[in-house]
Design a protein around this ligand. Structure first.
Ligand code: NAP
Length: 228
């Protein structure tokens, strides 16, 4: 039996990753803030343990890690998929907007990795979900400067940790996703329709979490149909 932790599990891509992993017979700890959505998700499979957590709060992360360690001795993988997006021109960004982006997209993932590290077994995989906006050399979008910068930080953290965790034999990779039709995308770009569904991307991400680390480490991969 393999154990995986997936953040941002209450909706969108994360929710589909959880369902796919559970279907494959793995045990999944599904993390997000929305308890009602998580409880509904947990009903889908006995392989799912939902945990309500606000990843921007250290104490909340510690509580979640305590629940995980009470149910699993070791973890096979961690998917840092939770994220937040503010679409606003750079000159209008308030300090609080920056704090939300940095806390929600990089600091939260870094803290969770630190606190789960003792549970991550040799041969395990940390997969970070960044964005095409956080991929060096890609086309950027006006209004997404803080979001893209915070996602770029997550991509570079990936390379840094792949190096630092070499002796632990923990592999770290990053997927920079293009547009996927989810609530995040619909809220930020109401008139745009993405070429991929959350189910399609969720399946790809689940398979990547289970197997990408067998063939690569410290890689930042662009995963997009449209974005150049
Ligand atoms: N959709 C796209 O086009 C696209 C493109 C590139 C990259 N991405 C990235 O892919 C990931 C998933 O995106 P999505 O489109 O599926 O987004 P989504 O539908 O908005 O889902 C985001 C998830 O993150 C969770 N989350 C946010 N803040 C949290 C916090 N403080 N603590 C715990 N959980 C938190 C949310 O759950 P709660 O609200 O219940 O906490 C939700 O489950 C994100 O990292 C996003 O940046 C998406």
């Amino acid at each position: 039996l393999k154990y995986y932790v997936v953040t941002g599990a209450s909706r969108g891509i994360g929710r589909e990753v959880v369902l796919k992993l559970a279907n494959l017979g793995h045990h999944v700890f599904a993390l997000a803030r929305n308890t009602a959505a998580l409880e509904q998700l947990q009903e889908a499979s006995k392989n799912i343990t939902s945990i309500t957590v606000d990843l921007t709060k250290s104490q909340s992360i510690e509580n979640a890690v305590a629940v995980i360690s009470s149910k699993a001795e070791q973890l096979d993988g961690l998917l840092n998929n939770a994220g937040v997006l503010i679409n606003k021109p750079f000159l209008e960004l308030a300090e609080n907007d920056w704090q939300q982006m940095l806390n929600g997209n990089i600091l939260s993932a870094a803290q969770l990795i630190q606190k789960l590290h003792p549970l991550l077994k040799r041969g395990s995989h940390i997969l970070n979900i960044s964005s095409m906006g956080g991929f060096q050399g890609s086309q950027k979008f006006a209004g997404l400067s803080a979001y893209s910068a915070s996602k770029g930080a997550l991509a570079i953290l990936t390379e840094a940790l792949a190096e630092e965790f070499k002796d632990d034999q923990i592999k770290v990779n990053c997927l920079c996703l293009g547009a996927v039709q989810t609530e995040m995308l619909a809220e930020a770009f109401p008139d745009y329709h993405a070429p991929l569904t959350a189910v399609e991307m969720g399946h790809y991400v689940a398979e990547s979490l289970c197997s990408l680390h067998h063939i690569m480490n410290g890689k930042i991969l662009p995963i997009a149909l449209t974005t150049p």
